[in-house]
Design a protein around this ligand. Structure first.
Ligand SMILES: NC(=O)c1ccc[n+]([C@@H]2O[C@H](COP(=O)([O-])OP(=O)(O)OC[C@H]3O[C@@H](n4cnc5c(N)ncnc54)[C@H](O)[C@@H]3O)[C@@H](O)[C@H]2O)c1
Ligand SMILES: [Zn+2]
Length: 378
């Protein structure tokens, strides 16, 4: 059969489309996208002045040709890498520079880097002149398969993470799995914890694929990473498209995160987010099993995959159990004082319960935390 002329000769996978209240945006996932960054930005941003706002370390890699062949020749502002840059002060500094340089309403922003760049530059875009368009160019695994999709932007305050922010869906997301080659190993593995979560909550087949492909994923095989990012983006897109502002089913994305946030807080952020999510998934699966919500053996299977992906399934050092329970009780998902969890009821399927979360008695929570306690030394 002769292909219609409108079909491109190159077989480019169709973008994943994320719907939101005011429209939709494409997420392009393909190796080599960063090599055509300027052309893709021109195609999708439609702004008369464009500024790249980037994590300085990632920007350095881009300009050195390590993320794609072509360096960025347009205007750029950078900030020091790391969570410490996600502040109102940094947001003010960036917006002041844009004002001083005369950027107007017809401008657009390209956010380049990990989740910090996406949240910070996204928040600049959300607020500058009451909102200008933004393209997300995630370069960490976490940002590609989680943070860049869903439209949440914001900064941290001394009171806690992400407390000041806005919903500002991007006009497009460009995810180039080839950029992951330079990502530090710990960040890379941490991102995989979120992918395991996606399989666990929404797609048993995807979970099984990760089990089979764990080795290829760990050696960062390009085809395996492309499938990983794409499938995770599809799953997250499907969840957030139906529930943009987290009134209902979006809560399932919190699987593992009630415990994870407590581990991060009580360890004073010594445990990185991805590792906390791995531990949180194990503990929350054990809890779901103990409450009879999930079939027995689920937690062991989840821990098996996480372990194969080089993620921790037990704490390296003990944490105060009472402090963990207190931290969970302060979680924003709770109604009243009881701790609520988004529970898995079977591999790839979440418990709809009462608004996709349910309460758990403290004694069961403490027992479940025992499953991630450090291995007793003989
Ligand atoms: N908006 C959302 O929906 C959402 C969801 C999840 C997480 N987040 C946010 O994302 C942030 C965490 O994201 P993160 O883990 O990407 O952190 P990050 O942005 O700090 O990136 C992690 C590290 O990797 C480096 N890096 C990134 N890409 C690289 C590459 N290709 N090569 C080499 N180094 C690279 C960065 O310089 C940084 O040191 C948190 O602030 C979190 O709150 C937001
Ligand atoms: Zn997370």
């Amino acid at each position: 059969m002769v292909e219609p002329e409108t079909n491109r000769a190159r077989a480019e996978p169709a973008p994943v489309v994320v719907a939101h209240a005011l429209g939709s945006y494409p997420v392009l996932v393909a190796p080599g996208l960063l090599g055509q960054l300027e052309a893709l930005v021109a195609e999708h941003l439609g702004a008369s002045r464009v500024v790249l706002i980037a994590d300085a370390a990632v920007y350095g890699l881009l300009q050195a040709g390590r993320l794609g062949r072509a360096p960025w020749t347009g205007s750029a502002l950078t900030f020091p890498p790391g969570e410490a840059s996600k502040t109102r002060e940094r947001w003010a500094g960036l917006t002041d520079l844009l004002l001083a340089q005369g950027y107007g309403r017809d401008s657009g922003i390209v956010a380049l880097g990990g989740g910090v760049a996406g949240d910070l530059a996204g928040f600049v875009a959300a607020t500058y002149m009451r909102g200008i368009p933004c393209i997300q160019v995630p370069t960490s695994l976490l940002a590609m398969l989680d943070a860049s999709v869903g439209g949440k932007t914001g900064v941290d305050t001394p009171e806690g993470k992400n407390l000041i922010g806005a919903f500002h869906p991007p006009v497009a997301v460009l995810a180039d799995p080839r950029a992951l080659a330079t990502l530090p190993e710990r960040d890379f593995r941490g991102g995989m914890a979120e992918a395991v979560k996606h399989g666990l909550i929404a797609d048993a087949e995807y979970f099984g694929w990760m089990e089979r492909e764990a080795k290829a994923l760990l050696r960062r095989d390009e085809a395996a990473l492309t499938h990983l990012v794409r499938r995770s983006v599809e799953l997250k897109a499907e969840v957030v498209s139906g529930d943009e502002r987290e009134g209902g089913r979006r809560a399932i994305l919190n699987a593992g995160h009630t415990v994870a946030h407590a581990l991060e807080q009580v360890s004073a952020y010594a445990i990185p987010h991805g590792e906390a999510v791995a531990l949180g998934l194990v503990a929350e699966c054990a809890l779901a099993e103990a409450l009879g919500v999930a079939p027995s053996g689920l937690g062991t299977r989840v821990a098996g995959l996480l372990g194969r992906l080089g993620l921790p399934v037990r704490l390296a050092a003990p944490l105060d159990e009472r402090a963990l329970v207190r931290a969970m009780a302060a979680d924003k998902k709770n109604r009243g004082a009881r701790v609520r969890f988004a529970f898995v009821r079977a591999l790839g399927s979440m418990d709809p319960a009462d608004g996709w979360t349910r309460e758990a008695p403290e004694v069961a929570v403490r027992q479940a935390l025992g499953t991630i306690a450090p291995t007793p030394t003989a």
